[in-house]
Design a protein around this ligand. Structure first.
Ligand code: VGL
Ligand code: ZN
Length: 211
């Protein structure tokens, strides 16, 4: 029996942007493979929200802004440990644009995040300092949307953190596993799934919705 999608359900499509696709600056393996699936899933939802990683060129998460540091090393910042990334999703560049093949004309909101040079933001709800809010939870509440389905890139960073913060915010959260792909550095993918399971994030396959 297919899982039904209701009018108060919302699909959150995380960071399906050129830089996270093959040949992008922070390519996620097979990141493009999920796009046709996300397009099909989106047709089942009345409500779709997109997120967009959106950094200034001098962003604190870029290894290039820390002399002597290489991508995937970490540094300690006031808000905690920060993984350093290759420059990616620099605002107004081609890499930051949503993937051309994403076909969701009825998407209602694009939440940009990571625009403060001093704070990274994996979660669509709040930045890594755990202080600055994006406004997404107020938006969802005002629209009466309580059941969140999360897909996109990357499973172990922006998808995972968004799902976890969704639960903290009192939402019912499901990740559609085969409509995500992970970066998986230093065990981050297994850790993300374990954290999500502990928090009560549900994990399903797309066929449960599409069959
Ligand atoms: C992401 C690393 C840095 C993501 C964004 O979308 O998962 N990962 N910025
Ligand atoms: Zn980023």
């Amino acid at each position: 029996m297919a899982l039904s999608i209701y009018p108060d359900d919302v699909l959150i499509v995380v960071d399906v942007q050129n830089d996270f696709l093959p040949r992008g600056n922070l390519a996620v393996a097979d990141g493009d493979a999920i796009i046709p699936l996300i397009n099909r899933l989106a047709k089942k939802f009345t409500n779709v929200v997109l997120t967009q990683d959106w950094h200034p060129a001098d962003h604190i998460s870029f290894a290039s802004n820390h002399p002597g540091k290489a991508p995937f090393e970490t540094i300690e910042l006031t808000y905690g440990t920060q993984v350093l990334w290759p420059d990616h999703c620099v605002w107004q560049t081609r890499g930051a644009e949503l993937a051309d093949k994403l076909d969701i004309p009825h998407a209602q909101l694009i939440i940009r995040k990571g625009y403060d040079r001093a704070v990274d933001s994996y979660s669509a709800f709040e930045e890594a300092d755990r202080l600055s809010r994006t406004g997404l939870s107020s938006y969802l509440r005002e629209r009466g949307l309580s059941q969140l389905y999360v897909v996109g890139l990357a499973t172990d960073y922006c998808v995972g953190w968004t799902a976890l913060d969704g639960v903290v915010g009192g939402f019912d959260v499901t990740v559609i596993e085969d409509a995500t792909r992970g970066i998986d550095n230093a065990g981050s993918l297994d850790r993300a799934w374990a954290d999500m399971a502990d928090a009560g994030v549900k994990r399903i396959a797309s066929r449960q919705i599409l069959d």
